[in-house]
Design a protein around this ligand. Structure first.
Ligand SMILES: Cc1cc2nc3c(=O)[nH]c(=O)nc-3n(C[C@H](O)[C@H](O)[C@H](O)COP(=O)(O)OP(=O)(O)OC[C@H]3O[C@@H](n4cnc5c(N)ncnc54)[C@H](O)[C@@H]3O)c2cc1C
Length: 259
């Protein structure tokens, strides 16, 4: 079956508040059986109407990027990056977990908060990055709530004999979500408390004091940009991991508040 390489329309069938910061949106489309799923941190490009009353107009071809750029500003959809939390190609449904950046709600957060059954968005598969090499002995999974959909999916898809250590930053205990049990995974929720998202060093502090397993590591690190770069620096400079052993990606960047 040919996989879709152009954006297509997904229709909201359900939304569910998971915690104070996360909303799960379930979308359906007759074309979801042709969505290319490459791995547990699968990137889905989400095309949103440019404003709430606007009709959703999508680029029509595989050359979607230049098409998007040449669209009239009033029509051009807003593009954001999300992770496929789960995909059911038979039922043709997909779950996407949206973090609500409440202090600086952008178009993605705002759309998710207001989404109702029948709303339409554009979807496009754009690859996945999680790829532990064959000789990996253990894995380190680190992120904040924007990376939680990927980390939860990685754990669900780990082979039974895999070993992993996971650290996920959330606001507080009440923001923790159910995570699949795996005998080889030690999962740690870390709480930033009253510190605003993107401003906490709770992950780095915990990592510094954690003895790491022996053997060859593969680290997957995503979330707010400064969290990601500081963790990567620590792993390479202080823990002796080779740069190639660390996948890292800034999923969002904290906006500096003008003083
Ligand atoms: C591969 C990949 C996968 C991703 N998967 C997911 C996912 O599954 N779920 C998810 O929620 N996100 C995910 N993200 C992150 C998501 O793309 C960004 O958070 C995105 O910016 C959200 O869009 P928005 O319109 O809500 O906010 P934007 O308009 O993009 O944000 C506005 C700006 O405000 C700032 N800002 C936002 N929040 C804060 C804050 N709390 N404090 C200070 N400044 C802030 C940032 O500087 C940002 O540039 C992913 C990103 C990538 C690259």
């Amino acid at each position: 079956m040919d996989m879709l390489r152009r954006p297509f329309v997904g229709t909201v069938i359900q939304t569910k508040t998971l915690n104070r910061q996360l909303i799960r949106v379930t979308v359906t489309s007759p074309e979801l059986n042709r969505f290319e799923y490459c791995g547990p941190d699968q990137l889905v490009r989400v095309f949103l109407p440019p404003h709430p009353e606007a009709e959703l107009v999508l680029p029509k071809t595989e050359a979607w990027w230049p098409e998007l750029q040449s669209m009239d500003e009033n029509q051009r959809p807003v593009l954001r990056n999300y992770t496929v939390r789960s995909l059911d190609p038979v039922a043709r449904t997909m779950n996407i977990d949206f973090v609500i950046h409440s202090e600086h709600a952008g178009p993605g957060s705002t759309w998710a908060v207001n989404a109702i059954r029948g709303d339409r968005i554009g979807l496009l598969s754009d690859g996945a990055d999680y790829q532990p090499p064959e000789d990996t002995d253990w894995q380190l999974l680190i992120g904040d709530e924007t990376a939680l959909p990927a980390i939860a999916s990685i754990i669900e898809q780990l082979p039974p004999d895999a070993r992993a250590l996971a650290f996920v930053e959330v606001g507080d205990r009440e923001d923790e979500l159910p995570i699949a049990r795996h005998p080889g995974v030690r999962f740690h929720w870390l709480h930033r408390g009253d510190t605003s998202p993107g401003n906490s060093d709770v992950v780095l502090r915990r990592l510094r004091e954690t003895p790491l397993p022996t053997g060859r590591a593969y680290a997957w690190v995503a979330g707010e940009s400064s969290l990601v770069t500081s963790v990567r620096r620590h792993l390479v400079a202080e823990r002796g991991l080779e740069k190639l052993q660390v996948y890292f990606c800034g999923y969002w960047r904290r906006m500096e508040t003008p003083t």
